[in-house]
Design a protein around this ligand. Structure first.
Ligand SMILES: NC(=O)c1ccc[n+]([C@@H]2O[C@H](COP(=O)([O-])OP(=O)(O)OC[C@H]3O[C@@H](n4cnc5c(N)ncnc54)[C@H](OP(=O)(O)O)[C@@H]3O)[C@@H](O)[C@H]2O)c1
Length: 273
């Protein structure tokens, strides 16, 4: 999803972009990663390739780790050799979720699940690269991948009521607004750890589902249920709101409100940017 928004955003800002899918480059192939980054003489590498199947990672942590951590290490080493900067999108799931205020970038991480552990290892590999930038985000949706917004709309058409969990709190983020922020941070040569989510009041998945359906013509009842109503292999943090103040200070403006971004995604021209 993210790469679909990021590539056109970068190009619109004048970057020359080489976009590689899995068929063009398997990031788990160390030699191929080194060869490709050396041959492209990249200035910046954005590591959008990721293992994002949060529940499946519980049964195969090695697979998640191979991509999110191992491959990121290869990419980082290849960047370091040619002096390229590395940008690594990461996740709110590096946090345990027991906080009662938004997580700051340098709060101690403590992931509850295998996916979160693999992403945290990827962050560490990124921060070993000179100028490495970790951009943590949360609750991502957008074109080009399975996501909560599209799934709720589809389920609402299929069912007469929906049960949605109300005890996990976070902030939704549209891939297009994340892409804009990542580009702006790149242009400012930011490094270290920064948080980028859409702004506005944090919400539960239940609140978010209601906002999505308020934008559509489908009449479907939504019921708030606890996470225990949907037992899943991976435990999710109860509260994973990311504090984006340091990012907003760098950008010089607030991040856009999630509610407005949702409206743009649902009623825009169909493109992400
Ligand atoms: N989605 C969220 O809610 C969320 C929340 C917070 C943070 N993030 C982070 O944001 C980033 C972008 O997430 P996303 O949802 O856009 O991810 P995504 O849609 O799942 O995209 C990941 C991409 O990585 C590719 N990939 C996987 N293994 C690969 C390999 N060995 N070689 C090359 N490519 C490979 C996948 O290709 P295939 O399609 O061929 O598998 C897919 O195109 C990730 O780092 C994720 O951890 C996501």
């Amino acid at each position: 999803m993210l790469a679909r928004a990021l590539v056109p955003e970068l190009r619109s800002r004048g970057w020359e972009v080489v976009a590689l899918d899995r068929a063009a480059l398997d990031v788990a192939d160390e030699a191929a990663v080194h060869r490709r980054i050396r041959d492209e003489e990249s200035d910046v590498v954005v590591q959008c390739a990721a293992y994002t199947a949060v529940d499946a990672a519980e049964a195969d942590e090695a697979a998640a780790s191979r991509i999110n951590a191992g491959a990121t290490r290869y990419v980082g080493e290849a960047c370091q050799r040619i002096g390229a900067r590395l940008v690594y999108p990461s996740t709110d799931y590096v946090f345990q979720g027991s906080a009662s205020r938004p997580y700051q970038p340098y709060d101690p991480p403590n992931p509850l699940n295998a996916y979160g552990r693999s992403k945290l290892d990827g962050e560490r590999a990124t921060l070993e690269v000179q100028g490495g930038l970790v951009v943590r985000t949360s609750w991502l949706y957008g074109s080009g991948g399975s996501n909560f917004v599209d799934n709720i709309q589809r389920l609402a058409r299929e069912r007469d009521h929906l049960d949605v969990v109300s005890d996990q709190i976070g902030r939704p983020t549209w891939t297009a607004s994340l892409a804009r922020a990542v580009c702006a941070l790149l242009e400012r040569r930011s490094k270290g750890i920064l948080h980028v989510t859409d702004g506005g009041e944090p919400v539960s998945w239940y609140d978010f589902a209601r906002a999505i359906l308020a934008e559509t013509a489908v009449e479907t009842a939504v019921r708030a249920v606890p996470s225990s109503a949907f037992p899943r292999p991976a435990t999710r943090p109860r509260y994973s709101v990311l504090d984006c103040a340091s990012t907003e200070a760098v950008l010089g403006h607030p991040l856009p409100a999630w509610r407005e971004m949702l409206t743009q995604y649902l009623h825009g021209d169909g493109s992400d940017v």
